[in-house]
Design a binder for this molecule. Structure first.
Ligand code: GLU
Length: 322
């Protein structure tokens, strides 16, 4: 047996739903710095599972923006839209083991006010379709294609308690039955769910470090659980702050004047953007123009773990950009 520590393999996993905005650039920079500061590698995976996100043009723009910022990768791009067979095989394996069931509930039904909701506001699946008879499934399938859910262990079954340590948020413990309940692994339109695709991809691509926005921290337990069922080792997770507007709203694609296309058009240099993003989490001095490479020796998870809350894109932040 070799004692060699496996090389860190991180990934970029953008969804090409629009032009890259500052928030995506920040998460990408942190993922890249985390891997590079450990002399690791990066994989590029375009998450275009959803037919609405299947735009090669937008994917290419995203990749150009990353390269322009100075964030290169070593492998890929892989496109999720070309990997349906791999996800289908994983889904089949779970189903053959009796771990899944068809679900006919609509989104509106699930958001009904009476259902309990998890901490992030998402409804916890109440198990409505868990015990449908084969006749009932056949009858309902005739009028409505079902989604597919994964059964999670009951609340008192230790298999459903997931413990892990996040590089920034520290020790976490989540009980699947309380956090989300039985969750979707395939949507009713036949598209495999994000949770399953990401687990299959990270494992098959040898990704052992997942760095992304803290909005996905709540997905970890589901992903670790799915990985266990499929015999995969869990990657390390590190969740980074989000970029929010001064009023606390999340910076999003709606903030068009802050997407990378707009910033480039205004003549903002990549070193200026990287400097502003790095300074926002204390990696460099405010006002510095730096390359990602120059931030490599300055990066540490301790610095990210020590800061609380999101990055506020206020007048002061913007003044450093323009
Ligand atoms: N594709 C997701 C996004 O762009 C990221 C998924 C992940 O990092 O696990 O938000």
């Amino acid at each position: 047996m070799s004692n060699a520590t496996p090389c860190v393999r991180g990934r970029f996993a953008p969804t090409p739903s629009g032009r890259m905005h500052l928030g995506n650039a920040f998460s990408a920079l942190m993922a890249w710095l985390s891997a590079r500061s450990a002399s690791g590698e990066m994989v590029m995976r375009v998450e275009d599972l959803d037919p609405r996100a299947q735009s090669r043009e937008r994917a290419e723009l995203l990749m150009h923006d990353l390269e322009w910022l100075g964030l290169a990768w070593d492998e890929g791009p892989y496109y999720q839209s070309e990997r349906a067979e791999l996800y289908g095989a994983a889904l089949e394996e779970l189903s053959a083991r009796g771990l899944t069931y068809p679900c006919f509930c609509s989104r509106a039904e699930l958001h009904a006010a009476t259902a309990p909701h998890a901490s992030d506001g998402a409804p916890i699946y109440p198990g409505t379709c868990r015990e449908l008879s084969a006749d009932e499934v056949a009858r309902r399938s005739a009028t409505r294609p079902p989604a597919v859910r994964l059964r999670v262990p009951d609340e008192d079954d230790p298999a459903g308690t997931i413990e892990f340590s996040d590089l920034a948020f520290g020790a976490r413990r989540e009980v699947l039955a309380r956090e989300c309940g039985d969750f979707l692994v395939r949507r009713s339109d036949g598209v495999v769910a994000y949770q399953l695709a990401v687990v299959v991809d990270d494992a098959l691509m040898g990704v052992n470090q997942v760095v992304r926005g803290r909005d996905l921290l709540g997905s970890c337990a589901r992903q670790i659980y799915l990985g266990r069922l499929l015999g995969y080792e869990a990657p390390a997770y590190g969740h980074v702050p989000l970029l929010v507007a001064a009023d606390g709203r999340r910076l999003s694609k709606r903030e068009k004047d802050l997407d990378l296309g707009a910033l480039r058009e205004r003549g903002v240099r990549p070193e200026r953007i990287v400097g502003a993003l790095g300074a926002a989490v204390g990696l460099c001095e405010p006002g510095a123009d730096v390359t990602p490479q120059e931030l490599v020796p300055l990066f540490s998870w301790n610095k990210l773990a020590a800061r609380h809350g999101d990055v506020i894109v206020d007048e002061r932040f913007l003044a450093r950009l323009f």
